[in-house]
Design a protein around this ligand. Structure first.
Ligand code: 26M
Length: 805
């Protein structure tokens, strides 16, 4: 794909004339953005259709990544970068007096995900294409993405995210590829004319699933894969079947909103519909495509791999069985055999309350055919185990799919797929040894680890052009295609010039963030301060509260001794809380009130500042991460499956302050003990407390005047305006015995923070540590992660003509 600056300028101006009959100077940013989008789309359209044709002709095996969430963020710059014309376009626009950065602001973040899981899916899409792998995404086109967060008096308020209001440049509606999905009614098996048993549907609702395709461009390799998102419509023929407007509305709203990860939303009917809707549509369209290859269905697994991202798409399994048996007359045994070989599953959590279960009654009523098949899968599983382990009925009870009138989606996914993986070494070990131990005993060969990774292109090249330039000048540009080459930077750990350049880049990113903070919050912050960052969903196990307790300690220390030697610190938070998660919302309120107290206290005089940035999302992450000095990864050991912001922050030169949880363990292994600050209980110690049941949080309070003063501040008015929230937090620690061991780890955390303070004071050494972090972040490239999935799980290969280098 080649294009000169002059060609681009001509093309842009011509399209602007065609579409709006305007000159550059008359066009609004939105109009310019729309036109630029159409130039870009036209530019990759040939490659898109060529890729598609190549796959069809070669009959190559393809992977389909099923995920109920995708969180790509903005796509303009990423597409320009991957096409290799980012600089050309930027310069061309500048000639015309237009700033690319300003145009890029117009694009709405595509926020069809909650956090880690959805963002991971998008990093993976980018890497699949960039590695030249034939793989596509399958998900839901929500009309409203994750809520927008505002603070009112320090409280979180949720507003709808109308991301489609000005249209979406990148999507293509494919009416001709629509499929129908059935819900509800009765299903029974009856003998067909050929003597076969076939399901007969009575009174089912028929909905239409219409796909919207978005191009996923590989990095400068001419490959364009597809992210297919489904939207619901009511077919004309069905319009008479609705009893009332409300009845109809419920179905029309099926793809209206993304559910915020929210305990109150669990077990909701619409969520179950969403899961079946995108799964059924996706599997149907895969089979439809496959039949064009003229291959028999019993070798489907040689051409198709389906990945189940967490259990939300696990209905892929019974849906595939249904299509093979009901629509293509395959026997149960054959259908099951091929389904297991096609399917693979990733687990993203060990938190028991997060494991998905659906009430049998709900499943039966809404998805009767799915339930019949699940019941039979369960029955056969129980039969087989009874033969193999007649002496162990408890094992069968613990592992079967249907228990206590609930369908266990993780059990379904493990039993009916050939691969179950965790997302970091520690997490995968815990799955094998603890959480899924029974299944590991039954199917040891199915369990494997695939440590998460991140898209270096978005999180370094796009988010941090300053650092990228220093890297280019120092180690050449090969790291852009081969992130492992970042290692070369280690050779410069004693080179003062390079260290100064890295420091300069960091400084400039901190200034950029400081300006944003000033503009959006009115708070003035100094780029000289340590930028200490905790950005992730607000959840008790992630322990934003531990961070807050330490901030209060620093505050009281400075009040007591204004001459205390201490580096200036800016604590930055970014976090959304699920709308019904009241405890998490109380912590947001408390952080905001502490921020007010400290930022406005003349005694503190700016030596500590606390900023909670509103509406944390992909775009804001791109602004915060390059400016971070310290990366807070302080979850209770064993609770964070992997974390991925830890990798992004490390890649941008932040020093990780962490517990030995999730991928933090591998970050420590990568950089060595001297370049990371580790504290707190290990996962073993946490499990010991669980076994002995002898944790008494109140002992820590009783024995520590420091903790007394800090915790009392929540209930004695020291922190203003948190009468109820303060009491709730205080009680969670002392009355409800501190579920996530915040008080147990407090002292260790304070010491770790003191260590950070001391390390930062030696700027030369700090720069060296920062360099070592950048240099060793290459191993967390999602490109590598995807290559491992491709080789070890999906058994797909890069397509020759698109493969790297
Ligand atoms: C459940 C029910 C109803 C509505 C929403 C949900 C739901 C949505 C998303 C539950 C969990 C969801 O995501 C979990 C998640 O993001 N897990 C994170 O996955 C990352 C990628 O593997 C890991 O790095 C994180 O450690 C893990 O917390």
């Amino acid at each position: 794909m080649e294009m000169t600056k002059e060609e681009f300028k001509k093309e842009l101006q011509q399209r602007l004339k065609e579409k709006y009959a305007m000159d550059i100077n008359d066009a609004s940013s939105q109009e310019l953005y729309n036109v630029l989008g159409s130039v870009v789309k036209a530019y990759y359209s040939d490659a898109w259709s060529n890729t598609w044709k190549d796959y069809l002709e070669d009959g190559q095996k393809q992977a389909y990544y099923f995920s109920i969430e995708f969180l790509p963020g903005k796509m303009l710059k990423s597409n320009l970068l991957n096409m290799g014309i980012l600089e050309t376009v930027e310069a061309g626009l500048a000639d015309l007096g237009v700033s690319l950065d300003e145009l890029a602001q117009v694009e709405q973040d595509m926020a069809l995900g909650n956090g880690g899981l959805g963002r991971l899916a998008s990093c993976f899409m980018d890497s699949i294409a960039s590695c030249g792998l034939p793989g596509n995404g399958n998900g839901i086109r929500y009309d409203y993405g994750l809520f927008k967060q505002r603070f009112v008096d320090g409280y979180q308020v949720e507003l709808p995210d109308e991301w489609l209001r000005n249209g979406n440049t990148w999507e293509v509606r494919k009416e001709s590829k629509a499929v129908d999905v059935l819900f509800g009614g009765n299903v029974y098996l009856a003998e067909d004319t050929d003597g076969q048993l076939r399901p007969v549907y009575e009174g089912a609702r028929r909905l239409r699933a219409v796909p919207y395709d978005t191009a996923v461009l590989g990095y400068q390799n001419h490959l364009v894969n597809t992210l297919r998102l489904w939207s619901v419509e009511i077919p004309e023929s069905e319009e008479d079947h609705y009893r009332s407007i409300e009845d109809r509305r419920a179905f029309e709203d099926l793809t209206a909103v993304l559910y915020p990860d929210d305990s109150n939303e669990r077990g909701r009917q619409t969520r179950l519909w969403q899961e079946y809707f995108f799964v059924s549509a996706g599997v149907q369209s895969i089979i439809r495509y496959y039949l064009r290859l003229n291959k028999p269905l019993d070798v489907l697994n040689e051409y198709v791999a389906i990945h189940i991202n967490d259990t939300h798409p696990a209905l892929c399994i019974p849906e595939m069985m249904r299509i093979l048996m009901d629509e293509h007359g395959m026997s149960w045994e054959k259908a099951f055999n091929v389904t297991v070989k096609v399917m693979s599953y990733t687990n993203h959590t060990i938190m028991a309350e997060a494991l998905e279960k659906w009430p049998v009654a709900l499943m039966k009523e809404n998805l009767p055919r799915m339930y019949q098949i699940i019941e039979e899968l369960d029955r056969r599983f129980v039969n087989e185990l009874t033969i193999c382990y007649p002496e162990n009925p408890e094992l069968i009870q613990r592992t079967r799919i249907i228990q206590n009138e609930q369908v266990h989606m993780a059990h379904l996914a493990i039993i009916c797929s050939h691969s179950t993986n965790g997302v970091a070494k520690l997490h995968s070990d815990l799955l094998k040894e603890v959480v899924l131990h029974d299944f590991y005993q039954l199917f040891p060969e199915r369990f494997n680890n695939k440590t998460n990774g991140i898209a270096q292109r978005r999180w370094l090249q796009l988010a941090n052009p300053k650092l990228s330039k220093v890297l280019d000048q120092t180690i050449g540009t090969t790291w852009r295609k081969t992130p492992g080459d970042l290692k070369l930077l280690q050779n410069y750990v004693e080179d003062q010039t390079v260290l100064d350049q890295l420091a300069e880049a960091k400084k400039s990113n901190k200034q950029r963030l400081a300006s944003y903070i000033e503009e959006t919050t009115g708070i003035t912050v100094s780029p000289e301060a340590i930028f200490d960052v905790q950005i992730k969903r607000l959840h008790a196990y992630k322990r934003q509260l531990l961070n807050l307790l330490h901030i209060l300690k620093l505050y009281f220390d400075l009040k007591d001794d204004p001459k205390k030697v201490q580096e200036s610190r800016l604590f930055i938070f970014g976090a959304k809380a699920a709308p019904s998660y009241t405890y998490a919302k109380s912590i947001i309120k408390a952080i905001n009130e502490v921020a007010n107290l400290i930022n406005n206290d003349p005694d503190i005089n700016g030596r500590i500042k606390v900023v909670f940035l509103e509406n944390y999302n992909v775009h804001l992450a791109e602004l915060i991460i390059p400016a971070a000095d310290v990366s807070e990864q302080i979850s209770l050991a064993s609770k964070e499956a992997s974390g991925t912001s830890n990798m992004k922050l490390m890649l941008n030169g932040a020093i990780t302050l962490a517990t030995l949880d999730g991928a933090n363990v591998e970050i420590r292994d990568a950089v060595g003990d001297d370049n990371v600050v580790i504290f707190g209980m290990t996962e073993r110690e946490v499990y010991q407390y669980y076994e002995r049941q002898d944790y008494v949080a109140k002992d820590y309070y009783d024995q520590s005047p420091v903790l007394q003063r800090i915790l009392n501040a929540f209930v004695d008015g020291t922190i203003p305006n948190i009468y109820f929230e303060g009491r709730e937090i205080f009680d969670s620690l002392l009355k409800h015995n501190d579920e996530y061991f915040v008080l147990r780890d407090f002292d260790a955390y304070v010491k770790a923070q003191e260590k950070i303070d001391g390390l930062y004071r030696d700027q030369h050494h700090w720069q060296q540590m920062s360099l070592m972090n950048i240099a060793n972040a290459g191993r967390f490239s999602a490109d590598d992660t995807m290559m491992r999935y491709a080789e070890e799980i999906w058994h797909i290969e890069p397509v020759e003509q698109y493969s790297k280098k």
